[in-house]
Design a protein around this ligand. Structure first.
Ligand SMILES: *Cc1c(COP(=O)(O)O)cnc(C)c1O
Length: 389
C-alpha cells in the first residue's frame, strides 16, 4: 500500500537521464496497478472490473489493464477509442456517462459498444433512436440511481442518477423501446471510507429487480460503481473489507439469486500508483510577526493537476527531504496568478520549518484524477507530465 515505491524512487534519483528535466512530473508505477487489479479480483471474485478510464487514461495504464483482463467504463467517444487502442474489445467497454449526445451514442454503437448508462427516459429515447439509425442489435442499458454519498470525501451530488421509483419507469421504457433493460447502477461517492456504504443502494436495487420482475422484465446486473479509496493522509480500509461488506449486502438483499455484478474502480485502481515530484518556488510570510503563517508555493497547484484540493477535500501526503525536523503550519499554494490557486489554508498543512526554495517535495497518492485535471498552458505553464514505469 505504501504510495512510494523503490522503482519510483530510483526513477526520480535520475530523472534528468529520462529527459524529464524541469517542472512537476507524475511518475506512475505499473507494478502497483497490477497489484491493485489482483486485489480487486481477489476481494470480489465473481465481479467483473470496469476500470473508470477518466481516473488516469495513460495508454500504458490502459494496455496493462486490458492485458490483465479488465473491462473499461468510459465517459466519451474519445475514451472508448483509447480503450480500443489499448487492446480491449468493444464488448468489454461500457459508455457509463448518463449525459451523452445522440450522435456520440451512434458512434459508440458503430464502434461496437453495447452497454449504456441512463438515468431518465429521454436518454433512453436517444439510445433507441441511435440503435434504429445504426441497426445495432442487443443494446443493453442500466439505470443509475441516486446515492447520498455519505462517508465519501469526494461525494458526487445529485447530478447523476434518479430516484429508485423512477428507475423502474426508465427501465420499463427501455424495454418497451426494444432495448435490453439490463440492470441498475449507482456510485457511493468517491474516496468512500465506509465499507457499508453499498448496503442501502443494494436494498433499492433489489427492490427495482423485484418490481420489474412482476412486470415481466428480468434485470441481470448490478453495477456497484467506484468509490474504493486510496490512501492519502488518513488510513483507509483494505479492499478485502469492501469485498466482504458488499458480498454480505448482496446476500442480504438478493438472497441466493445473486445478480451479475460489476465494479468501476478509478481512484482505488491507480491512486497509490503515482507520485508527483514538485519543487518549492517560494516560501514567504505576509508580515514580520513571529506567529505569522508561512506560505509555501509549489510549482504545481489546483490548475496543474491538484484540482481535487478544491474545498480541501483531498489531503495528499507530502514528503520533503527535511521530514523529521520541526514542522510548522503552512498555507500551501500553487504557482499561478489566480487567487483560487491555494490548496490548503482553512486547515493548514504542517511542513518542516527548514523547507527552502528549490527543495523537492513528493506528493504521494496522485495516480488518479491529476493529469487529466491539469490545465493546458494556463499562465503559460505546460500540462502535468507523466512518466509510466
Ligand atoms: C468516476 C466514476 C467512477 C470511478 O470512481 P472512483 O471513485 O474513482 O472509483 C466509476 N463509475 C462512474 C460512472 C464514474 O463516473
Amino acid at each position: 500500500m505504501a504510495p512510494m515505491t523503490e522503482r519510483i524512487r530510483d526513477f526520480l534519483r535520475d530523472r534528468r537521464a529520462a529527459g524529464v528535466e524541469d517542472g512537476p512530473v507524475l511518475v506512475v508505477d505499473l507494478d502497483v496497478i497490477r497489484d491493485n487489479y489482483a486485489k480487486f479480483a481477489r476481494a470480489l471474485p465473481d465481479t467483473r472490473v470496469f476500470y473508470a478510464v477518466k481516473a488516469n487514461p495513460e495508454p500504458k495504464v490502459l494496455s496493462l489493464l486490458a492485458g490483465l483482463g479488465s473491462c473499461f467504463d468510459t465517459a466519451s467517444v474519445a475514451e472508448i477509442r483509447m480503450a480500443l487502442a489499448a487492446g480491449a474489445t468493444a464488448d468489454r467497454i461500457s459508455f457509463g456517462n448518463t449525459i451523452k449526445k445522440e450522435r456520440d451514442i451512434a458512434r459508440a454503437l458503430e464502434l461496437g459498444v453495447r452497454l449504456f448508462a441512463v438515468d431518465c427516459e429521454v436518454e433512453v429515447e436517444k439510445i433507441a433512436r441511435a440503435k434504429a439509425e445504426t441497426g445495432a442489435e442487443d443494446v443493453r442499458v442500466f439505470c443509475r440511481i441516486l446515492c447520498d454519498g455519505a462517508g465519501a470525501e469526494w461525494p458526487l451530488s445529485r447530478k447523476f442518477g434518479c430516484e429508485p421509483a423512477m428507475a423502474i419507469d426508465v427501465l420499463e421504457h427501455a424495454h418497451r423501446l426494444g432495448l435490453e433493460a439490463y440492470g441498475v447502477s449507482f456510485h457511493v461517492g468517491s474516496q468512500q471510507g465506509n465499507v457499508g456504504a453499498w448496503d442501502s443502494a443494494l436494498a433499492s436495487s433489489s427492490w427495482i429487480f423485484r418490481e420489474l420482475a412482476e412486470r415481466g422484465i428480468f434485470l441481470k446486473m448490478v453495477n456497484l460503481g467506484g468509490g474504493f479509496p486510496t490512501k492519502y493522509l488518513k488510513d483507509v480500509p483494505a479492499v478485502g473489507a469492501y469485498g466482504n461488506a458488499i458480498f454480505r449486502a448482496l446476500s442480504k438483499h438478493f438472497g441466493n439469486r445473486l445478480p451479475e455484478t460489476i465494479i468501476e474502480p478509478g481512484r482505488g485502481m491507480v491512486g497509490n500508483a503515482g507520485v508527483i515530484e514538485s519543487e518549492v518556488v517560494l516560501v514567504s510570510q505576509k508580515s514580520k510577526a513571529e506567529d505569522e503563517v508561512r506560505w509555501v508555493y509549489l510549482d504545481i497547484g489546483k490548475f496543474g493537476g491538484l484540482a481535487e484540493t478544491m474545498d480541501e477535500s483531498i489531503r495528499y501526503d507530502i514528503r520533503t527531504e527535511h521530514d523529521g525536523e520541526r514542522k510548522v503550519p503552512c498555507v500551501l499554494a500553487g504557482p499561478t496568478c489566480d487567487s483560487a490557486d491555494v490548496m490548503y489554508e482553512k486547515t493548514p498543512y504542517w511542513l518542516p520549518v527548514s523547507l527552502e526554495i528549490g527543495d523537492r517535495v513528493l506528493i504521494e497518492g496522485t495516480g488518479a484524477y491529476t493529469t487529466t485535471y491539469s490545465a493546458v498552458a494556463f499562465n503559460g505553464l505546460p500540462p502535468l507530465a507523466t512518466v509510466v514505469i
